[in-house]
Design a protein around this ligand. Structure first.
Ligand SMILES: [Fe+2]
Length: 530
């Protein structure tokens, strides 16, 4: 059987070389006569975009890779045929005890990405995985299954990260994050930025980009694929993926700045914007360790989902872009208008809100986590001006749905709710009130905003413009304007968040430190310096 298989492969190889000539075969020197190529020989290393795992469950997780030997080439160095990719999952980092192995197809329809959904594994433990294709093999990644449903869990440690504009700095923060050995990474989005390359940033004065995007503003599936490829070739980002499973959601820049529903920043006819969304969503799926349930259908993609960590924490991953009504006040940051109080406005959409409330009300976990994108504190962003001027692209621009959510959390007795946020490119810690300018009662929930990995450049302790905002908003307990990530350490009794910062990202090798830590006691929303 084996020799017959080899004879057929050898025949296929000769036939391919005869048909195309060795030089005409870009990424592969061997082509099978069958639809899928079983044993390719690559002219360049095909796993240059790394590996990832994600969406853990009690009995499995997704493992991901993508074959792209020549990532910026039109065909990224691959033939337009499916290619077999092998995978192994082991209990030990030396792969002595392999518990799963098999073959998956890297399909041209999905940019030769591979998403393997593993099941039947044991709950609450670490696993290791790797891929191979032809004679090439990846390095090893670490994944985790979640604890068994309802199982008592003594502790959880995870990271919160995102907003990684490639042009604005090195991913040093990811190198440090990987060394923290988290149980998982929650990535709140802005995994890529859609902008063209910016040789100089006019608003920053004479400051050149640290690195430059390949190409222009991205529109086509090929553009988006090349952008993900450029980001994913960063070795520090690869380290962070190899260190732990990721729970990913998008924010805006995976498609277009400040998009909601089928509305883009420029006000393009939504029939055209949907086509761009379709491309961007496909590329997002292709490059993320997502389950088949998130495969896009047209310009729709379901990314809200829940991950449960035994009886310790229920993590609700939300989508605050796809079902949201248009931003009020022409989306002018730091403004206000009647539309902020629009009763028809929506952030999550009725279906996602019902799903979230059903999850939270039915939860038996010690902590209910709302892992989402945009700030929920209703900060006054221009305290020097009369009235409350809000970030119109945050929950503060949507007063009615914001209050509805907080009212429901309060009336349901969900007194251990933690909101995790990104988007702002600064660290914030604060308390959530129905009306943050009144603060009449006790806080309803606690919010931690993780700063960016690179967006915003080196940064400093606190931006000048943030000092009056911090001083005028009592709900806001902490601000820092450096780059970094959040580490959350959770026990049944207490939640502790550490705001990690790196001292510089404009050159490699920056060091990490903890700028501040805060504790929340279970059943008592609000921050205690730790
Ligand atoms: Fe961002």
């Amino acid at each position: 059987m084996t020799s017959e298989f080899n004879r057929r492969l050898e025949f296929s190889r000769r036939r391919a070389l005869k048909l195309f000539g060795a030089s005409a075969v870009t990424g592969l020197a061997m082509v099978s006569s069958t639809r899928a190529i079983a044993h390719p020989t690559f002219l360049r290393y095909p796993f240059r975009l790394g590996i990832a795992s994600g969406d853990p469950s009690p009995d499995g997780f997704v493992i991901w890779t993508r074959l792209a030997p020549d990532p910026f080439a039109e065909d990224y160095g691959m033939p337009m045929q499916a290619v077999e990719v092998g995978y192994q999952v082991a209990e030990d980092r030396g792969f002595q005890t392999i518990v799963r192995q098999g073959t998956a197809l890297a399909r041209p329809e999905l940019g030769h990405s591979v998403h393997v959904e593993l099941s039947g594994l044991n709950p609450g433990r670490e696993y290791f995985y790797r891929f191979n294709a032809g004679d090439e093999r990846t390095y090893r990644g670490r994944a985790m299954t979640t604890p068994a449903p309802g199982a008592p869990v003594a502790s959880l440690k995870f990271a919160v990260a995102g907003c990684q504009n490639y042009e604005e700095g090195y991913y040093t923060a990811y190198r440090h994050l990987a060394n923290e050995n988290p149980d998982f990474v929650y990535c709140y989005g802005d995994y890529i930025y859609e902008y063209r390359d910016a040789p100089v940033r006019p608003w920053q004065g004479p400051v050149a980009s640290v690195r430059q995007h390949h190409g222009n503003e991205i529109y086509s599936i090929g553009d988006y694929r090349r952008r993900y490829a450029q980001y994913k070739m960063d070795i520090d980002l690869q380290r962070a993926h190899a260190a732990a499973p990721w729970l990913v959601v998008w924010d805006d820049h995976e498609i277009d700045n400040n998009w909601v529903s089928h509305i883009d920043e420029a006000g393009t006819d939504s029939r055209y914007f949907r086509l761009r969304q379709q491309m961007a969503m496909q590329a997002y799926y292709e490059h993320m360790p997502l389950r088949m349930a998130s495969l896009p259908v047209g310009a729709q993609m379901q990314i809200h989902r829940r991950v449960q960590w035994g009886n310790l924490a229920d993590i609700n991953l939300l989508d605050t872009r796809q079902y949201r009504t248009d931003q009020p006040c022409d989306d002018r940051y730091g403004s206000t208008c009647d539309a902020v109080g629009d009763r028809q406005a929506d952030v999550l959409g009725r279906q996602q809100l019902s799903w979230l409330m059903d999850n939270m009300r039915g939860s038996k976990a010690n902590w209910q986590v709302i892992a989402q994108q945009i700030m929920m504190m209703d900060l006054d962003r221009r305290p020097e001006e009369p009235g409350v001027q809000v970030n119109t692209d945050s929950w503060a621009g949507y007063r009615v749905p914001r209050r509805e959510l907080l009212d429901r959390i309060a009336s349901s007795g969900l007194d251990s709710t933690i909101v995790l946020t990104g988007d702002e490119h600064q660290h914030f810690a604060g308390e959530l009130y129905r009306d943050g300018q009144q603060m009449d009662d006790a806080p309803i929930a606690t919010e931690f905003v993780a700063t960016s990995i690179s967006s915003g450049g080196d940064g400093f302790d606190i931006r000048n413009d943030m000092v009056p905002i911090r001083d005028a908003n009592a709900q806001l307990k902490y601000v820092n304007s450096q780059r970094g990530y959040l580490i959350c350490e959770v026990t049944p009794e207490a939640w502790t968040s550490h705001h990690r910062v790196v001292d510089r990202i404009s050159t490699p090798g920056g060091s990490v430190s903890t700028a501040a830590s805060f504790r929340v006691e279970r059943g008592r929303p609000g921050l205690i310096p730790a």
